[in-house]
Write a protein of this length. Structure first.
Length: 110
């Protein structure tokens, strides 16, 4: 299983009360394909630089998940069928930085 991040733009007509339902639908799609969603960060509503497909903005979310590499295309295809999703971009998650080392007063590792 590989770690991925997906930037998802939900439709601009999505209400704040419907946010959790839209994220749950994304979680279900990941789990159907055998993956796990580790986090979802809501980035809020943002305007587009120019209107796209008669929309002037959307609700942005960043989803971190683990999924087999050969299932990512299927995941993106399933999200295209979701009416709440406007756009999605999936990238490989950046590696987590190593934990900082603890150094004592003499400059030696503890």
């Amino acid at each position: 299983m590989n770690k991925y991040e997906a930037m998802i733009i939900f439709q601009e007509h999505l209400k704040d009360s419907d946010w959790d339902g839209a994220v749950d639908a994304v979680r279900e799609e990941i789990e159907k394909l055998g993956g796990t969603m580790s986090s979802c960060t809501r980035l809020g509503r943002r305007e587009f630089a120019r209107p796209m497909q008669k929309q002037s903005g959307g609700h942005y979310g960043l989803v971190a998940f683990e999924l087999a590499g050969d299932k990512v295309g299927a995941f993106q295809g399933r999200l295209k069928l979701n009416e709440d999703v406007f756009r999605v971009q999936v990238v490989v998650a950046p590696p987590t930085p190593p934990a900082p080392r603890k150094v004592d007063d003499n400059g030696l590792d503890e």
